[in-house]
Design a protein around this ligand. Structure first.
Ligand SMILES: Nc1ncnc2c1ncn2[C@@H]1O[C@H](COP(=O)(O)OP(=O)(O)OP(=O)(O)O)[C@@H](O)[C@H]1O
Ligand SMILES: [Mg+2]
Length: 344
């Protein structure tokens, strides 16, 4: 990948006594979590992880509880000190950064939104949002003007003088989001920011993130254990298990071609027609298919192709890059619909 926003190489985080010896030790590093804990009293929360995040990408990290998601995301700005490996942000080596550089990184380049909001309870919404600018030394008028702009952007206009405990959970998380945006960072890290919110508010907040991403084009790393959230937000999704990467790809890749049983279980509940593209159901063109049949792009989501295919009296051709790659018909669509939908 050219000029990734974040580049992670062979990253390890081992908690426990003598943890720094484990990544380089072939025997110990190969042990499973239970045995490692028994023999060394150590937990390898992140094991030999490598990936790149492109500029402007929404990169989602998923996995069951305890799989190392929070540890990983905190290692990116050294809120947790990695044990070994490399983290580059915009090409700069975070593990080699001094105190001042690290402070700059957290204040200006990469900000974070936490699950439990982490707001300052005795400060107003306005002061919470402008806090990062204040510690950077931005003057009062300038930081308040900027904060008011952001407050409007996250839908809290009118609440500038309220205190966090006067707001609902969803509104508090909007403040958290505002605070992360106020410093105009290149990258925002989210650690399950919406998991404490009820489903409707959660959906609003997801839409908000999608909108902000579209408008501002920020790079985002988003931790969640909700697959539908991951599919909605993520350009790519990394699935972790016990600190290790299991599969990394688009939602279409993970659902269409799960790497193993763990991923298969993860994606088993997904409405496949909403995620998969036509390429997964494309078959060779039959001799009987007329040359002037309708043509759809192979990257179209199956759901969006339903009307065209169901209303066509013959199979529909599929193209990629201007070349016909095959055809689909009613049966191919029905094969991925839920039984209830297919009967309707
Ligand atoms: N400070 C710590 N000391 C020792 N072990 C830790 C520490 N922090 C995390 N761990 C262990 O590291 C592993 C990964 O934890 P982590 O919090 O990163 O998981 P997670 O994927 O974020 O889980 P969740 O979905 O529950 O938030 C767990 O086994 C956890 O017990
Ligand atoms: Mg976590």
């Amino acid at each position: 990948m050219n000029n990734p926003a974040i580049s992670v190489r062979s990253l390890w985080k081992v908690f426990g006594p003598g943890g720094e010896k484990i990544p380089g030790n072939r025997e110990l590093s190969a042990l499973g979590s239970a045995e490692l804990l028994e023999r060394t009293k150590c937990v390898a929360a992140v094991r030999n992880l490598s990936f790149d995040v492109a500029k402007g990408e929404v990169f989602v990290v998923m996995g069951l509880s305890g799989s190392g998601k929070s540890t990983l995301i905190r290692c990116l700005t050294r809120l947790i000190e990695p044990t070994s490996g490399q983290v580059l942000v915009d090409g700069n080596d975070v593990l080699k950064a001094g105190v001042a550089e690290l402070r700059e990184l957290r204040r200006r380049k990469v900000s974070m939104v936490f699950q439990h909001f982490g707001l300052l309870p005795h400060r107003t919404v306005l002061d919470n949002v402008s806090y990062g600018l204040q510690i950077r030394g931005t003057g009062r008028n300038e930081r308040h003007a900027k904060a008011r702009e952001i407050i409007e952007l996250v839908g809290l206009k009118g609440y500038e003088q309220h205190y966090p405990d006067q707001l609902s959970g969803g509104m508090q998380q909007r403040v958290g989001l505002g605070r992360a945006l106020a410093g105009d960072p290149d990258t925002i890290l989210f650690d399950e920011p919406f998991s404490a919110l009820d489903p409707l508010i959660r959906r609003d907040m997801q839409a908000e993130v999608i909108r902000l991403h579209k408008d501002m084009g920020k790079t985002m790393v988003f931790v969640t254990h909700d697959l539908s959230e991951a599919l909605k937000l993520g350009d790519r999704i990394l699935i972790m298990r016990n600190g290790e990467p299991v599969q990394c790809g688009t939602g279409d890749d993970l659902v269409g071609s799960p790497a193993d049983k763990y991923i298969e279980d993860f994606v088993s509940e997904v409405p496949r027609a909403d995620v998969l593209t036509l390429k997964w159901i494309t078959r060779p063109v039959a001799d009987s298919t007329p040359g002037d049949a309708a043509v759809l792009n192979s990257r179209m989501i199956i759901r969006d192709a339903i009307p065209a295919v169901m209303h066509s009296s013959c199979p529909v051709l599929v193209e990629e890059g201007g070349r016909i790659t095959g055809q689909i018909d009613r049966d191919s669509i029905l094969s991925v619909l839920q039984p209830a939908e297919a009967a309707a």
